[in-house]
Design a protein around this ligand. Structure first.
Ligand code: UDX
Length: 447
């Protein structure tokens, strides 16, 4: 077989590369395992030989972490570009022949310009820096990659920039129709990523805001979403009310955009986008309030089965997951929380909860137990709280589960994935986001 490209993935982390070269890949993503195993050692290589990787490459994709800054100027909003700068300095010091350097990480606008200055300041050769934002979503990454809505490539408008853009476009053109490959100036490309994520998150916050109106008015958020989404100008996607969005991108990118607006003196625009995050925080708090008020205004000492810890189904990723905040609040209320998630590693949960609560692990373990199944988590529980929409939660034997729960048994469906009518027939008291409230649910305080 003739391979058109060889992809060498280099990382300074020895254990991470070892995991990529093993049978147990370091991340769970449907379909990834199959592709890696079919191509590894043929035209896909994982290595810690970073310098050799740089020397050999024609095109270098930089996909390092760009978390929100924790300290210093812009802390809590601006992106931390430390890893990006380190990668650029390494490329500059090693590269001997011209390279196309591609920004894959989500970065603030004008990063390409700054990186280009670092590369040319320290380097011995020519570099063309392109912006090529990643739009794939976790859980569907492989299909998104195969069949993207669009591929966006931003570059400099000079001759060498245009040639670099064309070169990268040719790579994608092997499987993406040309009309879906957009080329723009580098700033439009960088900004588009932040705006796309902000718009998506904005839709989720909009429908979550509507869910609160639905609960107060007796409307049904799914019916409203359907009616609204059938307007082709609005569209039906990203209108699923939830316990709040999570993931590594939405909050980070909005805060990044907010910071950008503030630094440009656009205070009102910054405030507008920031409200998307505020609404999301509010939605998580609303869910916790429903649990507390539902359980007769206290959860202290009560056992709550938290089903799902990942920020969405089909991933083991917990970054910014709503479950973390829900759990933190329940710990604050001195509840006993039993967590079950089909994919998230135990260590990850302890790490997230110790960071969120600022307690040490033994202290967190006084309130939190990790379970191997939803059934185990529900043993002796007063309530089930669904925080991630895993398919397996839809088909649990809720009759059997209720036998082992304290009565009255409650279900708080933070994803609207269960059959609420059937659960009520079984005797559960059910709360679901944005749905007409169960007459048996304590609603003495408005949430
Ligand atoms: C997102 C963007 O979709 C993707 O284009 C970008 O490259 C990275 O960020 P991802 O974070 O993987 O992808 O997940 P996404 O499917 O967008 O979901 C984000 C969060 O919103 C999840 O917590 C999800 O459960 C929530 N969500 C999504 C809702 O609550 N309701 C919806 O209707 C859609």
């Amino acid at each position: 077989m003739l391979f058109l490209f060889a992809l060498k993935i280099v990382d300074i982390s020895v254990p991470r590369i070892a995991a990529w070269n093993s049978d147990e890949l370091p991340i769970y993503e449907p379909g990834l395992d199959k592709v890696v195993k079919a191509c590894r050692g043929k035209n896909l290589f994982f290595s810690t030989e970073v310098d050799q990787g740089i020397r050999d490459a024609d095109i270098i994709f930089v996909a390092v972490n760009t978390p929100t800054k924790k300290v210093g100027m812009g802390a809590g909003r601006a992106a931390d570009l430390t890893y990006w700068e380190l990668a650029a300095r390494r490329i500059a010091s090693v590269a001997e022949t011209p390279k196309v350097v591609v920004e894959k990480s989500t970065v603030p606008i004008k990063t390409a310009e700054a990186i280009s200055a670092v590369l040319h300041g320290a380097g011995k050769t020519r570099f063309d820096v392109l912006s090529n934002p990643e739009f794939l979503a976790e859980g569907t990454a492989m299909t998104d990659l195969d069949n993207p809505d669009r591929v966006l490539i931003g570059g400099n408008m000079n001759e060498s920039g245009k040639a670099a853009v064309a070169r990268l476009a040719d790579v994608y053109a092997h499987w993406v129709p040309r009309e879906r490959i957009l080329t723009t100036n580098v700033w439009s490309s960088e900004l588009s990523k932040l705006v796309a994520n902000s718009f998506l998150a904005q839709r989720v916050s909009s429908i979550n805001a509507v869910s609160a109106i639905c609960e107060a008015s007796g409307a049904d958020v799914d019916e409203v979403a359907r009616a609204v989404g059938m307007d082709s100008r609005i569209g039906s996607k990203f209108l699923k009310a939830s316990v709040g969005f999570g993931g590594s991108c939405f909050q980070k990118d909005i805060l990044n955009l907010v910071y950008l607006c503030q630094s440009m003196g656009l205070a009102d625009v910054a405030e507008y986008f920031h409200s998307v995050v505020t609404m999301n925080d509010r939605q998580k708090e609303r869910f916790v309030s429903r649990i507390i008020h539902g359980l007769f205004n206290t959860v202290t000492g009560k056992r709550i089965a938290l089903l799902g810890f990942a920020f969405k189904k089909d991933t083991g990723d917990t970054r910014e997951s709503a479950s973390i905040e829900i759990c933190r609040r329940l710990i604050e209320e001195r509840a006993s929380v039993c967590i079950y998630d089909p994919k998230v590693e135990a260590d990850q949960i302890w790490m997230d909860l110790t960071a969120a609560t600022k307690l040490d692990k033994t202290e967190v373990q006084k309130y939190v137990t990790l379970c191997d199944s939803a059934y185990e988590a529900a043993l002796g529980a007063h309530a089930l709280a669904i925080a991630t929409e895993w398919d397996e939660f839809k088909t649990l034997d809720y009759d059997k589960i209720q036998e082992d729960m304290v009565k009255p048994s409650f279900v708080f469906d933070g994803r609207n994935v269960l059959d609420h009518g059937a659960l009520r027939e079984l005797g559960y008291i059910v709360y679901a986001i944005g749905k007409p409230l169960d007459p048996k649910l304590n609603t003495s305080i408005n949430c």
